[in-house]
Design a protein around this ligand. Structure first.
Ligand code: FES
Length: 105
């Protein structure tokens, strides 16, 4: 797998608005979500203390870490509230036909 390859991570049909899917891409455990017909892919690991974000509530295009409450922007990865300061790792994602693909870093 080369840097910049697009990797199939699942069926578009399984990713309705508000739904999430998880994938292991190039050693990263990712979440992909669809919000208002836009796709977002990010590493499923809070940058504060490595908590998984699986159960993190999503408000608009922000996800809230379930452990200590940091918010992250799903568009940019920016940490918006402490105790996290480092950005979430964001991945390029696209829908190609009936499939969802994520680009390797
Ligand atoms: S582990 Fe996410 S805010 Fe602390």
């Amino acid at each position: 797998m080369a840097t910049g390859d697009w990797i199939d991570v699942g069926a578009a049909a399984s990713l309705a608005n508000g739904a999430r899917l998880t994938a292991d891409v190039d050693g990263y455990y990712l979440q992909v979500v669809r919000i208002a017909d836009e796709l977002y892919a990010f590493e499923d690991r809070c940058t504060h203390d490595d908590a998984p974000l699986d159960d993190g509530e999503i408000e608009g295009t922000e996800i809230i870490c379930p452990r200590h409450g940091s918010r992250f922007c799903l568009r940019t990865g920016a940490a918006l509230t402490p105790p996290a300061y480092e950005p979430l790792k964001i991945f390029a994602v696209r829908q190609l036909g009936e499939r969802i693909e994520v680009r390797t870093p």
